[in-house]
Design a protein around this ligand. Structure first.
Ligand code: 4BW
Length: 149
C-alpha cells in the first residue's frame, strides 16, 4: 500500500463512519433480562450496548449470553428472565473507541468483535462502529484501485 493511500486511510475518523447513539438500540444496566431479550429479538441484532442511568457505556449484552444464563439441566428456566438484571449477564470487557480515532484503530477493534462502542473522554456513549462500516470503506478502496488500473 502506498504512503498516499495509508495517509488517506488514517485520515478517516471514526466519527465519520459510526452509527450515532440515537440510532443504536440499547438497554440499561437495571433492566430485567426479559426486556433485553425483547429488544434483541425485536431489533434483530445479536448484541446491543448496555448503558447506565447517566448514559455511560457499561458493556454489551447478547442473545446467546441470555439464553445460556437461563438454560437449566433439562429446560429453559424462563422465570429467570424477570428475576435477573442485565448487569448480571452483560460483558464489560469490550473494545472502546473515541470519535477522533481513525479507520485503522477501528479495524483493529472489530477483528474479534462485530462492533465496537464509541465513547467520549468521560465514558458517555456516542455510538457504535461496525464491521459493515469497515467493509464499505474497503469496497470503496478496491473499486477505486480497479478503476485506476
Ligand atoms: O436490522 C438490521 N438492519 C440492517 N441493515 N442490517 C442488519 C440488521 N440486523 C443485522 N444486520 C446485518 C448487518 O450487516 O447482519 C450483521 C450482523 O448483525 P449482528 O451484529 O450479528 O446483529 C450486521 O453487521 P454490522 O452492520 O456490521 O453490525 C455489527 C453488529 O453491530 C450487529 C449488532 O450487534 C450491532 N449493531 C449494528 N447496528 C446496530 C447494532 N446494535 C444496535 N443498534 C444498531 N442500530
Amino acid at each position: 500500500m502506498s504512503t498516499m493511500q495509508e495517509r488517506q486511510i488514517q485520515d478517516i475518523l471514526i466519527e465519520e463512519l459510526m452509527i450515532p447513539s440515537e440510532k443504536v438500540a440499547h438497554v440499561q444496566l437495571n433492566n430485567p433480562l426479559e426486556h433485553a431479550l425483547l429488544v434483541l429479538v425485536k431489533s434483530g441484532y445479536a448484541a446491543v450496548p448496555v448503558l447506565d442511568s447517566s448514559y455511560k457505556l457499561a458493556g454489551i449484552i447478547g442473545k446467546t449470553a441470555i439464553l445460556n444464563e437461563i438454560l437449566g439441566l433439562e429446560r429453559f428456566e424462563i422465570e429467570k428472565l424477570s428475576e435477573m438484571r442485565v448487569h448480571e449477564v452483560m460483558k464489560s470487557d469490550i473494545p472502546r473507541l473515541t470519535k477522533k480515532e481513525n479507520l485503522v484503530d477501528g479495524l483493529n477493534a472489530v477483528i474479534n468483535h462485530a462492533f465496537a462502542c464509541v465513547v467520549d473522554e468521560e465514558g458517555h456513549f456516542d455510538g457504535i462502529f461496525t464491521r459493515r462500516a469497515i467493509l464499505k470503506e474497503l469496497k470503496k478502496e478496491i473499486y477505486t484501485k480497479s478503476y485506476k488500473k
